[in-house]
Design a binder for this molecule. Structure first.
Ligand SMILES: [Zn+2]
Length: 166
């Protein structure tokens, strides 16, 4: 499997989120070619702002290894992590973060903030943007378009701005 295959798995998780009414973001953690955990965000369902896809994937992988450090693990995520998730990525010592779509509202990997990739911090994971970017942003656009269609009171934002008010 290559990076596109892992991102496809993350996109499949994003699709699951879409179907259950969650903002469609998916995350997969891989070590030595093995999928360790995969998740999508469940913050709406669980009424818990901490339940972003990346947070749950990190939590599951940490339990799997019985270790708070995920040395040698890579995270595939369909949307650029926010500041909370970027912090968790640094604390878990993930080796590399592979990202689908940029997040112009919350992205903390260089788009809005530079939490990931900040050389002043103790751990600096490698970052790769743009892996299956079109698919990753398309599913977000579809979700918000659908939401606006069902909710006429919802603010009509530009489709070019990927709204990520998850
Ligand atoms: Zn997040």
């Amino acid at each position: 499997m290559d990076k596109h295959d892992y991102m496809k798995l993350a996109l499949a998780k994003a699709e699951e989120a879409f179907k259950s009414g969650e903002i469609p973001v998916g995350a997969v953690i891989v070590k030595d070619g093995e999928v360790i955990s995969s998740s999508h965000n469940t913050n709406r369902l669980e009424r818990n702002p901490l339940k972003h896809a990346e947070m749950t994937a990190i939590e599951t992988a940490s339990r799997h290894f019985m270790n708070e450090r995920l040395d040698g693990c890579d995270l595939y995520v369909t949307k650029e992590p926010c500041a909370m998730c970027a912090g968790a990525i640094i604390h878990s010592r993930l080796r590399k973060v592979i990202i689908g779509a940029k997040d112009i509202k919350y992205g903390a990997c260089g788009t809005v903030l530079s939490v990931l990739g900040n050389s002043r911090l103790n751990h600096v994971p490698e970052i790769e943007f743009g892996v299956m970017e079109d698919d990753a942003s398309q599913i977000l656009k579809m979700f918000f378009k659908d939401k606006r269609g069902r909710d006429p009171g919802h603010k009509n934002k530009s489709h070019e701005n990927i709204p990520c008010d998850r």
